[in-house]
Design a protein around this ligand. Structure first.
Ligand code: NMX
Ligand code: MLT
Length: 430
């Protein structure tokens, strides 16, 4: 039976040689150009990063290792982790090995709970999560061995160790934060029998008589796991890790970015917007009422959360997957019905606003309604769930980047003055 370490030991030299010969043949070829607008515009559309774990094209959405995300909805998050790292699904033995390896690594150090308990009771759950991850950095195998003289060819192995420790502990940390922050009673210990996603659901302590909340959590953890490497969280984490700051620093940095309302926090804001419409109209609003409400939001200078994307120009397939789950498990739930109706109305409103490039729903537009239906009604917690999932992709990307020996990330910036000098030079007459 091959472990992840064994398989990556086999795969990495093959990938390294492949990239080496690709670079030796095409190293000077141009793959993208950068306009002035792009330099001022968040580098939108500039292809300047390499990411093997997944690809997001405007007209397809998330494709993990060549597989469209819609074909991954019935997989376990652990299978996705193996897939992200190796580009293969684990066989039955490899999956069992990974699941038991994660269980062995899952104990959260006591000082993490002490730190969390010392935080103000009104701390945002994302601040608590990132504090917990950062203080756990004391456990970093990479950091310890780097100080002892670790060489570059061993960076990936120690990064993988940190990745597996982090991924193993995050569900308990995140569930512990939920119970502490929202007064849900003592922490619930991990169950040795449950898979990673179901165990997380169990430790949250949400009532789940038919097991469908565990199903939702597995789906949630699969859908948010990765979105190539240009998004704020993955990009920030990759940059920090490229300085050889260990994965605890890097993951925490990335997830601090996920805490922004234009990124992961949109899931919290989106459900808040949906609930406001329910309150305002006393139930499921009509299409006309929703349309009016969307215009009011825009005219007040706010974004409609859960809609639009920096890359996508179609309905996010991850949104579709959540919508399918809702249609199957809670078609009569009023909040879910509003989400479905918003989808019928809001794209047509946003299409009328010329500056908005993508009028379609993204991953954050539907997830909150499903969590709400299962009684997970603390909106400020939602981005923590996104974080536990996104850790899979961020960690996998870091292991591969260190395994491929990629250098420190350091693009070049310019001043407006320098740019003007370049672009506004008076042409010399012929
Ligand atoms: N509602 C209102 N205005 C919007 C929306 C929206 N949903 N989407 C884009 N715009 C505006 C945007 O604010 C910008 O306005 P301005 O020039 O005045 O600053 C203009 O349209 C052009 O933006 P785009 O080029 O279409 O989008 P961009 O790539 O800059 O930003 C998002 C992408 C996702 C940040 C943006 O669509 C947005 O703010 N959406 C709402 C928040 C959201 O759902 N974020 C979650 C993204 C997914 N995730 O989980 O991370
Ligand atoms: C993500 O999953 O990271 C979001 O859709 C944002 C992005 O890709 O830019």
């Amino acid at each position: 039976m091959t472990t992840l370490q064994d398989r990556l030991t086999q795969l990495l030299p093959v990938w390294q040689n492949d990239v080496k010969s690709f670079l030796s043949e095409h190293g000077d070829d141009v793959i993208s150009k950068v306009t002035l607008s792009q330099a001022y515009g968040g580098m939108r559309g500039v292809r300047a990063l390499v990411c093997e774990t997944s690809l997001v094209e405007p007209d397809t959405g998330l494709v993990i290792r060549g597989i469209p995300v819609k074909k991954l909805v019935d997989r376990l998050p652990e299978e996705i982790l193996w897939l992200l790292l190796t580009s293969e699904f684990p066989d039955e033995h490899q999956l069992q090995w990974l699941q038991s390896d994660l269980k062995k690594r899952a104990r959260v150090p006591d000082y993490v709970w002490a730190v969390l308990e010392a935080m103000p009771r009104d701390s945002h759950p994302m601040c608590m999560l990132n504090t917990a991850i950062l203080c756990m950095g004391r456990e970093s195998v990479f950091h310890r061995h780097y100080d002892e003289g670790l060489t570059k060819d061993h960076y990936w192995g120690e990064t993988l160790d940190d990745a597996l420790n982090l991924i193993a502990r995050l569900p308990a940390v995140a569930a512990g934060i939920y119970r502490l922050r929202f007064g849900k009673g003592p922490r619930i210990l991990s169950s040795p029998k449950l898979d990673w996603g179901a165990d997380f659901a169990y430790m949250l302590g949400i009532d789940d008589p038919d097991g469908s909340f565990a199903k939702l959590m597995r789906l949630y953890l699969v859908l948010h796991s990765d979105h190539e490497s240009g998004n704020v969280s993955a990009n920030a984490a990759a940059t920090v890790n490229s300085a050889l700051s260990d994965l605890y620093y890097a993951l925490s940095a990335g997830l601090n970015g996920l805490a922004g309302p234009l990124h992961g926090l949109a899931n919290q804001e989106c459900l808040a917007w949906v609930l406001q419409t329910k309150e305002r109209f006393g139930g499921v609003p009509t299409r006309e009422q929703l349309e009016k409400y969307a215009w009011e939001t825009l005219e007040a200078g706010h974004v409609v959360p859960g809609y639009g994307h920096a890359v996508l120009r179609i309905t996010d397939p991850r949104f579709d997957a959540f919508l399918d789950f809702g249609k199957k498990h809670c078609p009569d739930d009023e909040v879910f019905q509003i989400v479905a109706r918003v989808f019928e109305v809001v794209p047509n409103v946003l299409k009328q606003v010329k500056k908005i490039k993508d009028p379609w729903p993204n991953v954050d537009a539907a997830s909150g309604a499903l969590l709400w239906k299962y009684g997970l009604t603390e909106l400020s917690y939602y981005t923590v769930l996104f974080s536990v999932s996104r850790a899979l992709g961020i960690c996998a990307q870091a292991v591969i980047a260190r395994g491929m020996g990629y250098p420190i990330v350091r693009p070049k910036s310019s001043t407006t003055e320098w740019l003007k000098k370049q672009l506004m030079r008076t042409p010399v007459p012929a």
